[in-house]
Ligand binder design. Structure first.
Ligand SMILES: *Cc1c(COP(=O)(O)O)cnc(C)c1O
Length: 358
């Protein structure tokens, strides 16, 4: 069976070597030496400023929203994983959707200002599939209207924009280290910021608000990652260049062998060093997508409809029409993409798709 993705696993001996460090230290959580080392490695590898590694990629969004949105209106994208919108609602803030760009699939920045009201507090948008939003324009709008910017950069490990990590943009960027993501710790995530004061708030918020054992800086929750998860991260880490390189080969194969006469591929923003995190294709109609999904399924190939439905159409939301996002969501399919996908498998996938699209 071929799934949309497959978790990268290092040799188990390399994992147990890291886990043994936690056993030897008899220290399993509360930011032990494995977590600290992982944070150092991430900062060094990506060239970021402050990073706080967390228990998953959703709690950092919630924490950033709690600090920066304060239950106001949050401008957001309808084309992302459900966690983006759910974090806003969970915080009892109000999502205000703005439609997406038809080729980049990130928020259409030209429509943001029309959605701003006196209650708008923040912009929370996704660099979907690792493709950067128009960060310059978003920063300009945010400055002008005194709004905070949070990037859901769950897909962005290793992405650079204009020569630096995409995590260096916005007030806060969050990432997911879930097992299906490019870099992973099983479950895990991170928040990044360049701002010292904000880093302090994010930090204490993710650790119950603690200021030492008996005092508190303020309200906090528990978003700490354990040493056991950090062990997985440290074991995966040495393979990051190889992981990205091998995924690039798969993407290049699709680029070369799929028939794009009627298929649309993702347009990566200029000045981006991409990480090959997903391979979405957009069909002309949903019928075509369903037909191809079916024939792939008959061959034990299971791509995923990332992201469907458009988030404004989720039952508990059912918000205004977002024409571009709804259309893209109904016609987009992410093809299998992972380290170890064989050329014979890729060839079969392309053949099956090409045979049905003309
Ligand atoms: C995976 C993902 C998340 C959530 O990350 P978890 O680590 O699973 O909590 C958030 N946003 C986007 C866009 C994602 O793809």
């Amino acid at each position: 069976m071929i799934h949309v993705t497959k978790t990268f696993l290092p040799p188990i001996s390399e994992y147990t070597k890291q886990v043994k460090r936690a056993f030897d230290a008899e220290w399993l959580t509360n930011r032990g030496s494995l977590v600290l080392e992982l944070e150092q490695k991430i900062t060094h590898y990506l060239g970021t400023h402050h990073v706080i590694v967390t228990n998953n990629g959703t709690t950092p969004i919630q924490i950033a929203l709690r600090i920066l949105a304060d239950q106001g209106e949050v401008i957001t994208t309808p084309f992302s994983y459900v966690a983006t919108t759910a974090a806003i609602l969970w915080d009892r803030s109000t999502p205000v959707f703005v439609d997406i760009h038809p080729e980049y699939l990130t928020i259409d920045e030209s429509k943001i200002e029309a959605a701003i009201t006196k209650n708008t507090k923040a912009i929370l948008v996704t660099h979907v599939f690792g493709n950067p939003c128009n960060v310059e324009e978003i920063e300009r709008i945010a400055k002008k209207h005194n709004l905070s910017v949070i990037y859901d950069a769950a897909h962005c490990f290793g992405v650079k924009y204009k020569g630096q990590s995409i995590f260096n943009y916005g007030d806060v960027s969050t990432c997911s280290f879930h097992a299906t993501k490019l870099f992973h710790t099983g479950e895990g995530g991170a928040m990044f910021t360049q701002d010292d004061q904000l880093r302090h708030k994010l930090f204490y918020s993710h650790n119950f608000g603690h200021d030492g054992p008996e005092n508190f800086f303020g309200l906090g929750i528990n978003a700490k990652i354990s040493e056991l998860q950090a062990a997985m991260g440290l074991a995966v880490f040495p393979y990051m260049d190889k992981i990205i390189e091998e995924r690039k080969i798969v993407c290049n194969y699709y680029d070369k062998h799929l028939n794009f006469d009627t298929l649309q591929r993702l347009k990566i923003r200029e000045h981006t060093d991409w990480n090959y995190s997903y391979y979405p294709i957009i069909f002309e109609t949903q019928e075509k997508l369903l037909e191809i999904q079916q024939i792939l399924k008959e061959n034990n190939i299971f791509p995923r409809r990332y992201f469907y439905p458009s988030l404004n159409r989720i039952g508990y939301i059912n918000d205004d029409k977002m024409s571009v996002s709804e259309n893209v969501a109904s016609c987009i399919l992410c093809l299998p993409l992972y380290v170890g996908l064989k050329e014979t498998e890729l060839s079969l996938i392309c053949e099956l798709i090409n045979s049905k699209i003309c």
